[in-house]
Design a protein around this ligand. Structure first.
Ligand code: PHE
Length: 334
């Protein structure tokens, strides 16, 4: 009993002291073994009590040693962590930005340098903002250019097919001069393949002021493509959009200048990157801007396609599959 009390009150932080304690009780020549040796000399009627007492001492000793050892080890570990100030900090696992965000942020940054702000609008739109205000009245054949998802049975409510809808909203709420870009997700009822998806992302731009000319548009595109791609050779091909007149398609020349160029594009030549044009006077009128006083240009590009181009991604579907093996590859990219 005395010994049990001694065991229970023992406490020490040093490993050596714990070891001495262990040997004193549980060692080969320790107290517990002495008691076991004495067992045969104990009177028969006391054997049961005596045995139980030794066992209790044995269990108490073992438990004590384990507890103290654990404490001592934890103590040492703590000293290691806090004691060595030159130890490198534990790494914090960082995520990666999505390639769509990377490209979008870069486009925003480039246009913000020449005074464009960012505007946003709803993905569920009404017919007016997505089509009618943009010179695409009902039954206009050009509506077929953008296959549309409608919300249930109401033909007036749809998923926006482009962020031109945001430009309409912006013109309705702001007076010129207007310089804004509208990034966002858009939807089109298209078959999903490696090259196209039923949703993707756009950045559209709008510039409205007095005396804005086609030359201003060209110069802005030139600035953008140089900043964005490091390539300044662009070509404008005549095209058609109901909301711009004249309209053009912009191609950037991907020459085989360096080996990296080749790796990125797996080909060379003219690559279409956006649509643009001078805002149609009808559109300005629809948004309460006087076309006699103001003129402007607009442009729109697909972020996904540019991401494929810049990062050499071969399948657009990878952008929405959230496979971390794919996404982690953008960790080092800013
Ligand atoms: N809204 C057009 C599209 O989604 C792009 C565009 C924007 C073209 C502005 C011209 C001017 O295809």
């Amino acid at each position: 009993k005395e010994y049990i009390a001694e065991v229970e009150s023992f406490s020490s932080k040093s490993k050596e002291e714990i070891e001495t304690f262990r040997i004193k009780f549980s060692g080969k020549k320790g107290i517990i073994n002495d008691f076991f040796a004495e067992f045969k000399n104990v009177a028969n009627d006391q054997k049961k009590d005596f045995g139980q007492a030794i066992n209790a001492l044995k269990i108490a000793t073992e438990a004590k040693v384990v507890a103290l050892k654990e404490k001592a080890e934890a103590n040492e570990e703590e000293k290691g962590v806090y004691g060595d100030l030159t130890r490198p900090a534990a790494a914090i696992p960082l995520g990666a930005r999505h390639p769509i965000s990377l490209v979008k942020n870069r486009i925003i940054e480039i246009f913000s340098r020449i005074g464009f702000n960012v505007s946003e609008g709803p993905e569920i739109e009404d017919d007016w903002h997505n089509f009618s205000a943009l010179n695409l009245p009902e039954y206009h054949p050009a509506r077929d250019m953008q296959d549309t998802f409608f919300i249930q049975t109401d033909p007036d409510i749809l998923l926006r097919t482009h962020t031109s809808s945001v430009q309409v909203r912006y013109m309705e709420e702001n007076k010129p001069p207007i310089r804004t870009i509208s990034p966002g997700r858009v939807y089109r009822n298209e078959a999903i393949s490696a090259r196209s998806h039923c949703f993707f992302h756009q950045v559209e731009g709008l510039y409205i002021d007095k005396d804005v000319s086609f030359a201003d548009l060209k110069q802005t595109l030139q600035y953008f493509t140089t900043e964005m791609f490091g390539k300044s050779k662009i070509r404008l091909r005549p095209s058609y959009f109901p909301f711009t007149e004249p309209s053009a398609e912009v191609d950037v020349y991907w020459g085989l200048e360096t080996e990296t160029d080749y790796k990125m594009t797996k080909g060379t030549g003219w690559l279409e990157i956006m649509g643009c044009g001078m805002v149609d006077p009808n559109v300005l009128k629809n948004c309460n801007i006087d076309p006699e006083e103001y003129s402007g240009f607009a442009f729109g590009m697909g972020i996904d396609r540019i991401a494929l181009l810049l990062y050499g991604i071969t399948d657009i579907r990878m952008l929405s599959e959230n496979d971390t093996r794919f996404l982690e590859q953008f960790k080092a990219t800013l």
